[in-house]
Design a protein around this ligand. Sequence first.
Ligand SMILES: Nc1nc2c(ncn2[C@@H]2O[C@H](COP(=O)(O)OP(=O)(O)OP(=O)(O)O)[C@@H](O)[C@H]2O)c(=O)[nH]1
Ligand SMILES: [Mg+2]
Length: 637
Amino acid sequence: MRHVVAGTAGHIDHGKSSLVLALTGIDPDRLKEEKERGITIDIGFAHLDLGDGLTLGIVDVPGHERFVKNMLAGVGGIDLVMLIIAADEGVMPQTREHLAICQLLRIQSGLVVLTKADLTEPEWLELVQEDVRGFLGGTFLGGAPILPVSAKTGEGLPVLREALAALARAVPPRGTDATFRLPIDRVFTIRGFGTVVTGTVAAGQLTLDERVEVYPHGLQAKVRGIQTHGQPVSAAVAGQRAAVNLQGVERAAITRGDVLSLPGLLQPTYMLDATCELLGDAPAPLRTRQRVRFHIGTSEVMARVHPVAGTAIEPGQTGYVQLRLEAPVVALPRDRYVIRSYSPMVTIGGGELLDVAPPKARRSPALTGRLRTLETSPPASVLEAHIQRVGGGGVRTAELRARTPFGPEALRGYLQDLVARERVFVIDREWYVHAETAERLRRAAEAALAAFHAREPLKPGMSKEELRTRLGSLEERVFLALLERFAVAGVLVVDKDKVRGAGHAVRLTPVQQAASDRIEAEFREAGVAPPTLDEAFAKLGLAGSAAQAMAQLLVEGRRLVRIREGLYFHAEPLQAAVGRVLAFLREHQAITPQEIKDLLGISRKYAIPLLEWLDTQRLTIRVGDKRVLRDGTSSAG
Ligand SMILES: Nc1nc2c(ncn2[C@@H]2O[C@H](COP(=O)(O)OP(=O)(O)OP(=O)(O)O)[C@@H](O)[C@H]2O)c(=O)[nH]1
Ligand SMILES: [Mg+2]
């Protein structure tokens, strides 16, 4: 079963809806007002069985200039267009405008129907045909069939059917490796079923019972039913018209322009970087900050245009722009859009989205270069550019799904390729950082460590946390992974919670060494009744971080031993004292604070901390107000 969608296009009253009715037996005008006024106001739908399992969905659009907005909502998803021109009138303003829109949206194929052929003479018909051929020159319909038809007499209809079937068969099948998206063009309720949305599936596939999200509002729902051309189906695929019955969401919460997709896959955005082509017959150049009507999928939002280079785009020219929207949309790179001027409401241009989550643009050659890469480079390079732009935070696969035009399979392949070529690094299973970003961070880490060591030569290293802050408060996991990578590369050394430059070792100057020696000597002499560190340093005129660093060195060098906060003993007298206490215990089984004071000739101020320290060293254990040896056998002996 194949599905292709065709759309009508053309000036008001040229016979679009009549032709659809004549072709399919279905009147696409469904509104009461349309029937009364004899004009189409909103898009309508029909379908045609072309045989051989091929069904053509048809979107009929209004020709009235005031309803171009609705026309745009209808043609977004079509594969081919039937440009309808009344034989008795020829090319008219909306013939031009609709054709321009189809060009801007890059609709791939189509044909021209000269309707109301019954109202003209054969010679006249030939003249019109020639005229139309000239009009189409240089457009995608340049070589398309031009078929005279009368909806009234049925003349030309069989030929038209054949031509449509041939075009429909030639439409290339849509890839299945894509994120499901359905721009919603209608919302209504059916009694007993609830909310139903319709649209042309732009990409991917939706199956029954799946959970979905209505973007950009983030409403979640479950797919309770799917129909295509009035028939219940178990799945809807790209290129198909579909009506989706949603469970768990109110009709009033959804409007045309919303997008149905899978939960959490897309990210609403207010900014888009894009190419922008201004039509040759646009009434004026497109200037910086100009307010335009931005159309994408089935939505229309107001936007301001910011050309990336220069201050304007001239009619007939193409440039890069940043679009700043007044309401959020969801879109993906490679999506096409159309812009219309605010007033008068005419189509002036359009283009292709390149970045759907860009930073606020400042005009620069670098930005132009980046957008050129996104526009013209092969997919893996485009992906690389996206990863490069996010910088040190890295980017996860899920975010890449929301920011790149690639389906999950393609994305996996390109990522593997980039990793294999060491253009990007895997931080975690699904988290990527660009090689140049890692390189930049490596240089920054080296510089930060070098500066730190120069400033604090006595400190063994910088705390990891401080380094992380220095590197722009990197995401913790990215930071740790990079640290490991840098350590393996021999750039730095990680020692518990400290990081040091690979070449760093603490070296004391002769003056510092002399000071350190004097401190050590003083503590050795003081034995187990030492001064406080502050007192000792103050005597040498040292204080603050220099004193702290030196004390730390003495402790790390096992010259001083920390007994408790602020109390340090020199290792040698401490060892001697411990020996005496243990000998005493072996002889007397227990020792009281008074006994240790007498034994070592020290005051309570030192005796109590020393006993507690012996406990923490697991040499003694407290029993009442006494200490006994922890090791029972020696206490028994
Ligand atoms: N004689 C003749 N009249 C036609 C033919 N096709 C359409 N008409 C008439 O032309 C008028 C407009 O036809 P529609 O089909 O409503 O035109 P439309 O292009 O859908 O108009 P909009 O949707 O409002 O843009 C109607 O009165 C039709 O009856 C035809 O082949 N021959
Ligand atoms: Mg109509």
